[in-house]
Design a protein around this ligand. Structure first.
Ligand SMILES: [Zn+2]
Length: 163
C-alpha cells in the first residue's frame, strides 16, 4: 500500500482549536480583516479566503447558521448562497481568468471536511495545466499569490451587498 503525505495539512491539524469557538461563526461577529480573511458578508452569508488554499483565489461561502448539512438551511438561504456563489464565479472569471471553476461541499469528515460542524461551500478557480488531484496528493502545489495579495484583490471586488 502506498502512503500519501500531505504535510501542508499539518499546520491546519496542529493549529489550536478553542472549544466552543467556530471560525465560521466568528466571520459574522468580528470585523472583516486580513486576520479573518473575510472579503464579504451580509446578514445571511459570508465569503472568506481559505487559509489553506488549493489554488489562488480559493474562497469559502458560509451561511450564518451553525449547522452541518444542507437540510439545516432554509430554502431561502440555500437560494441566497447560490446567488453569492454566482457572484464569486463572476469574480474568479474576471480577476483570475479562470479556465474552469470547482464548486463544492464536503459534508462530514468522511467526505473530507476540515470543519465538520459548520457547512461551507468551496469555490476555486482552475486553469488548464494547473495542479490536479494527482499532483496535489504528490505534494506539488503552485500558489504564487500569497493570502495578503489575494485578500487585497478579492476584498475590493465585492459590493456592499450582492443581493
Ligand atoms: Zn459555526
Amino acid at each position: 500500500m502506498e502512503i500519501v503525505y500531505t504535510p501542508w495539512r499539518l499546520e491546519y491539524v496542529q493549529s489550536p482549536k478553542q472549544a466552543g469557538e467556530c471560525v465560521f461563526c466568528r466571520a459574522f461577529t468580528d470585523e472583516p480583516s486580513i486576520e479573518n480573511l473575510v472579503v464579504y458578508r451580509d446578514e445571511e452569508l459570508a465569503v472568506m479566503l481559505n487559509r489553506y488554499p488549493y489554488t489562488n483565489g480559493h474562497m469559502l461561502v458560509i451561511p450564518r447558521p451553525h449547522v452541518n448539512s444542507l437540510t439545516g438551511l432554509t430554502p431561502s438561504l440555500r437560494a441566497s448562497a447560490a446567488e453569492v456563489l454566482t457572484y464569486c464565479e463572476a469574480i474568479l472569471r474576471r480577476l483570475y481568468h479562470a479556465h474552469g471553476i470547482n464548486v463544492g461541499l464536503n459534508l462530514g469528515q468522511a467526505a473530507g471536511a476540515g470543519i465538520i460542524d459548520h457547512i461551507h461551500w468551496h469555490i476555486l478557480p482552475r486553469w488548464m495545466g494547473d495542479t490536479n488531484f494527482v499532483t496535489v496528493f504528490g505534494n506539488l502545489r503552485v500558489i504564487p499569490e500569497d493570502l495578503a495579495d489575494s485578500f487585497a484583490r478579492l476584498g475590493g471586488a465585492f459590493p456592499e451587498r450582492i443581493r
